[in-house]
Design a protein around this ligand. Structure first.
Ligand SMILES: C[S@@+](CC[C@H](N)C(=O)[O-])C[C@H]1O[C@@H](n2cnc3c(N)ncnc32)[C@H](O)[C@@H]1O
Length: 225
């Protein structure tokens, strides 16, 4: 596994553009679904916040009252901070450099935790989930958005072809073939559905569930402390 901080520093300038290109804009709809797990008075920690797309959706839909974002990539955070400032959303939020495996927060403080397309990039899912469980308050909800391999074979063949060939090719047009090849591979290696749901339970979450999005290309996992 490469150092994902360096990887995301490198691709940060084109990250939002390429996300929209790769998903034809569907990624925004998925993030909206993710933040709908929360109420308008929620204090949310967005882990692996990157360019702060989840926080933007949360504030825009009034599903977040106060938000903190953490991410180890300083270049992604810079873009996120500028974006929040430009959208007039910087009053109720702060972004910090930190990794999911070692969260710089006390126990039991957040009403909710979000993490979109980030859990597979953390070095140790168990450690990251355990840390997120620690900082979440009792009865608080975690909502995790991640890619998945569709279960219907025709979709999974198309999906794997797209991830293994088209994504690295488009990445190469932006000087980032190696980086997008890694991102594709990490997607296909990530534990799927019930396996990941069980990992969440092992890390202390209860009522763990998953909901498939867009023919199973992506999944939202939820759990409660
Ligand atoms: C694919 S981006 C997702 C960004 C954002 N959540 C979104 O929805 O677009 C993955 C992010 O995970 C971050 N990341 C990598 N390793 C991490 C770790 N150990 N802890 C927290 N975030 C990490 C990267 O820096 C990057 O910003």
């Amino acid at each position: 596994m490469p150092d994902t901080k360096d990887l995301f520093d490198k691709i940060s300038n084109n990250y939002d553009l390429l996300n929209s290109l790769f998903s034809a804009g569907i990624d925004k709809i998925w993030r909206k679904k993710l933040v709908r797990n929360f109420n308008n008075d929620s204090f949310i920690l967005d882990v692996a916040t990157g360019t702060a797309e989840v926080l933007v959706e949360g504030f825009t839909l009034s599903k977040i009252n106060m938000g903190l974002g953490i991410d180890p990539s300083i270049e992604m955070l810079k873009i996120g901070r500028d974006k929040l400032l430009k959208k007039g959303l910087s009053n109720n939020t702060s972004l910090f450099k930190s990794a999911a495996e070692n969260l710089p927060f006390k126990d039991n403080i957040f009403d909710g935790i979000t993490i979109a397309f980030g859990i597979r990039n953390t070095k140790n899912y168990y450690r990251s989930l355990t840390e997120m469980h620690r900082v979440l308050r009792k009865d608080g909800t975690i909502a995790i958005l991640e890619f998945a391999i569709p279960r219907i074979s025709v979709f999974s063949s198309l999906y794997l072809f797209y991830f293994k060939n088209i994504m690295p090719f488009i990445g190469s047009l932006f000087g980032s073939r190696k980086e997008y090849k890694y991102l594709s591979e990490s997607t296909t290696e990530f534990p799927q559905r019930d396996v990941f749901k069980n990992i969440m339970s092992e890390c202390g979450f209860r009522d763990c569930q998953f909901n498939e999005l867009s023919f199973g290309i992506a999944v939202i996992y939820t759990g409660v402390k």
